[in-house]
Design a protein around this ligand. Structure first.
Ligand SMILES: [Zn+2]
Length: 477
């Protein structure tokens, strides 16, 4: 940016901040005419509010007379035009501020990248290259996600500036400079504030949550925390209620996002579940009951998004292809070819390959008591071989119909100590809780949140002690 000083007819100095690319020449009234023609030509006439005259929004007045230290009324800066009837030009062409409307927001859509957005806005490939060369941080523009917003400051068909916030903390600001652009990343620390919401469900969980001021994302987080114990699809009742303590992030006193739920309580048909967030020494965060039991189960109930269960666990089933009684020791989930299959629990691959009628089969061992089997896969995920470690939810392969199968489906088996059990009904063990030697630290860290959560919402509700409800099934490690 540079500065230019003009002296008005009344001998007051007016200082303008002008971009370097202005050209450094003197103010040329002919350019104004061209500007007006271009503005009208591009159907973006910009009208100064008080003058009703179009202007070129290329300079910004940053002060008048002695506000900017131009103390002598007859100061002439070098290369100034004589004080001709500049005042008229000035008031007609340059308002006090460049209006906000010059910024255009573009929301990133599915399939968009910087190049498609630039060509849609009519910017050249040269401009795109110059933007990407503006700083190292500009590389962040190569990782746009749907829903993010880019802001463009445009005059005529010329890009003056671009602003992008890759996340709530960071802002990438790129401005025209000389023949190119300069960019910088500005980071603002966010403050986190605790907020508490509670509600009773009268029609739906989402309505209750929204009335309590919670975002849909936060309600989904609540469902994820208690979803291992509460069936949110089928078993939510009028009168169920919840209380949530969560973080909100603020930037310059404006809320920018929700943070994590730190503690929550959910009462489902008189049973109260309580969870508190805790980050262990190794940096892993999770939700635990107030006694330190994990809110999660060691196994997902199902390994995929399925269309329907095409065959259940049945020890007396007539086989559809072999046409004779053959026990069906697992569950068949019909799903489109290629549907991702996920490991239901943390484990180690004990077999990956062809296995008779099961076709492409993967076997996982989970601790010393549990094994799971996944059959008929079209293919395995990358890296699936004997000895590979997988985490719960990792994609291990894709639905197919290899082996003896009449259509694409996953055959899934669940074994406890070598005995096949019905995966749909077996009580699933909890994931590992807080180890005994860390429980003191856990209690000290979570006590303030649990105190804030307060006493159970209704004295009649029975607090569920999670560590006991699955005490009769083997632990995973
Ligand atoms: Zn099967």
């Amino acid at each position: 940016m540079g500065y230019r000083i003009y002296i008005k007819k009344d001998c007051k100095a007016v200082v303008y901040r002008v971009p370097d690319w202005w050209g450094g020449g003197r103010f040329n009234p002919r350019l104004l005419g061209i500007g007006i023609v271009m503005s009208v030509g591009f159907a973006v006439p910009m009208i100064a509010p008080d003058s009703g005259v179009a202007y070129t929004p290329r300079a910004e007045i940053i002060g008048h007379g002695n506000e900017v230290g131009a103390s002598a009324p007859n100061v002439y800066a070098e290369s100034l035009e004589p004080p001709q009837p500049l005042e008229e030009i000035v008031t007609a062409t340059l308002p006090d501020r460049v209006p906000e409307a010059l910024w255009t927001s573009v929301k990133v859509a599915n399939g968009d990248n910087l190049s498609t957005i630039f060509s849609r806005l009519g910017f050249t490939a040269t401009t795109l290259d110059a933007i990407l060369a503006s700083s190292d941080e500009a590389a962040r523009l190569n990782q746009l996600h749907p829903g993010q917003t880019l802001k463009f400051q445009v005059a005529g068909n010329e890009l003056l500036a671009l602003q992008f916030e890759p996340n709530a903390r960071d802002s990438l600001e790129i401005e025209r400079s000389g023949n190119g652009y300069v960019g910088s990343l500005i980071t603002t620390e966010l403050d986190s504030r605790l907020r508490q919401s509670s509600a009773e469900i009268t029609s739906s969980l989402f309505l209750a949550g929204q009335e309590a001021g919670m975002s849909d994302g936060l309600i989904m987080d609540l469902v994820a925390i208690f979803g291992w114990d509460v069936d949110f699809a089928l078993d939510i009742w009028e009168g169920d209620h919840f209380k949530v303590i969560y973080e909100e992030y603020y930037k310059n006193n404006v809320k920018v996002s929700d943070g994590s739920i730190l503690a929550a309580e959910f009462s489902n048909r008189g049973k109260v579940y309580r969870a508190v967030r805790y980050t262990s020494a190794d940096g892993r965060a999770g939700y635990f009951s107030d006694t330190g039991a994990s809110m999660r189960r060691a196994f997902l109930r199902t390994p995929l998004n399925f269309t329907r269960i095409s065959s259940g666990f049945n020890l007396q089933r007539r086989h559809p292809i072999l046409s004779r009684i053959r026990a069906h020791r697992g569950v068949d989930y019909a799903a489109p070819m290629g549907t991702p299959i996920r490991a239901t629990g943390d484990g180690v691959v004990t077999y990956a390959g062809r296995k008779g009628g099961y076709g492409n089969t993967l076997l996982l061992r989970h601790g010393s008591a549990y094994d799971t089997l996944y059959g008929h896969m079209s293919r395995f995920a990358r890296g699936m071989k004997k000895g590979a470690r997988v985490a719960q939810g990792d994609v291990i392969g894709y639905v197919g119909m290899t082996g003896l199968a009449t259509g694409p489906h996953l055959h899934y088996e669940f074994q406890v100590n070598g005995t096949h059990r019905n995966p749909l009904t077996i009580a699933l063990p909890r994931a590992e809780g807080i180890p005994a030697d860390q429980i003191g630290k856990f209690e000290a860290a979570t006590a303030p949140l649990l105190a804030q959560l307060g006493e159970s919402l209704q004295a009649a509700d029975a607090m569920v002690v999670l560590s006991e409800d699955t005490a009769n099934i083997p632990a995973v490690p």
